[in-house]
Design a protein around this ligand. Structure first.
Ligand code: DAH
Length: 315
């Protein structure tokens, strides 16, 4: 087979032939042109074959199992790793799944109805201001808490109640707040929401589920307590605290607020088409970042979103 260079030269020569067309008598031009086109097509095919053949000759087999030669020019490739928040979030979901909770995914752009109305914050409700919500120019809301998913989850799993079952679901998600950033406040963080609805549900069951969760997550027995809280979507509403364990730097006197929770307000159930006379539920929502900070003794929440490699490489 001719070499790539030869074929290219032939093609060049052939292209020059086209100029002759103009000099020929009118009746000969067509057949001459067609002849040239055929020759050109053939040469182009040959060129492609020659190029393909040259390509495969140039491949030198390498032994991918061989160790890199010292001082070799091949750069060492650093392996990436999962972000610590994602690893821990999976751990959180595993614990709830073992307790029988389904997992639903939250969305990162939501609307006024799911952020407020569906959660019993009517228009003008003063507690709306407490959430420091961002808004897009179109009026959408990047959710300020995972509770925006409550209405969807209740509606989605309502059929399970009608079939004599329960609603048990956790919903992790990324949330956004327009507030000043410091070592304990970020504009972007993760939460996990939980919802349980059945007949005769009690607050005692809620405290049992949550105590179990924290004990499983930190791998030890923990003391918990509640203090009054206020959320329009729960009644009563409380904040759940755990006593900082000695193994995690506690001195036996520190209580840490871990999440908000309470019995789901009858209006929230009603809006999702669930009869609050027949069914009761509890819900909770808490930050994942905070949970992980306590586990690893981190003191600055901003590291999580910083993308700093020396921080990420510690995990
Ligand atoms: N969404 C609340 C917050 O971020 C936390 C919360 C409180 C969630 C009570 C709940 C709940 O589901 O029942 O401040």
């Amino acid at each position: 087979m001719s070499s790539v260079e030869e074929i290219k030269a032939n093609l060049k020569a052939l292209n020059a032939e086209y100029a002759k067309i103009k000099t020929l008598p009118e009746n000969e031009r067509k057949s001459f042109g067609e002849e040239l086109n055929k020759k050109r097509e053939k040469l182009q095919q040959e060129l492609q074959q020659a190029l393909d053949a040259a390509d495969s000759e140039n491949v030198t087999p390498i032994d991918i199992t061989a160790p890199a030669a010292p001082n070799s020019e091949i750069p060492t490739i650093k392996k990436g790793s999962k972000h610590p928040l994602m690893t821990e979030l999976n751990h959180v979901l595993d614990i709830y799944s073992h307790m029988g909770f389904n997992v639903m995914e939250a969305q990162q752009l939501d609307d006024e109805f799911h952020m407020f109305e569906s959660l019993n914050f009517p228009e003008g409700h003063p507690a709306r201001d407490g959430y420091d919500t961002f808004r897009t120019a179109e009026g959408f809301i990047p959710p300020a808490h995972t509770s925006t998913m409550q209405h969807r989850a209740l509606k989605h799993y309502k059929k399970d109640l009608e079939n004599g079952g329960k609603i048990a679901v956790v919903i992790p998600g990324r949330v956004f707040r327009n507030e000043d950033v410091d070592a304990t406040h970020e504009h972007t963080f993760y939460q996990c929401e939980g919802i349980f609805v059945s007949q005769g549900t009690t607050m005692g069951q809620m405290l049992g589920v949550l105590k179990n969760f924290f004990e499983a997550y930190y791998g030890q027995n923990l003391n918990i307590k509640t203090q009054p809280g206020y959320f329009p979507f729960t009644e009563p509403s409380v904040e759940l605290l755990i006593e900082k364990p000695k193994s995690l730097g506690g001195k036996g006197d520190g209580w840490l607020e871990m999440l908000g929770c309470g019995m789901i307000h009858p209006n929230v159930l009603k809006m999702a088409g669930i009869d609050p006379e027949k069914y009761q539920g509890f819900a909770w929502g808490g930050g994942i970042d905070r949970l992980v900070m306590l586990k690893y003794g981190l003191t600055d929440v901003r590291y999580f979103e910083s993308g700093k490699l020396d921080f990420l490489e510690e995990f």
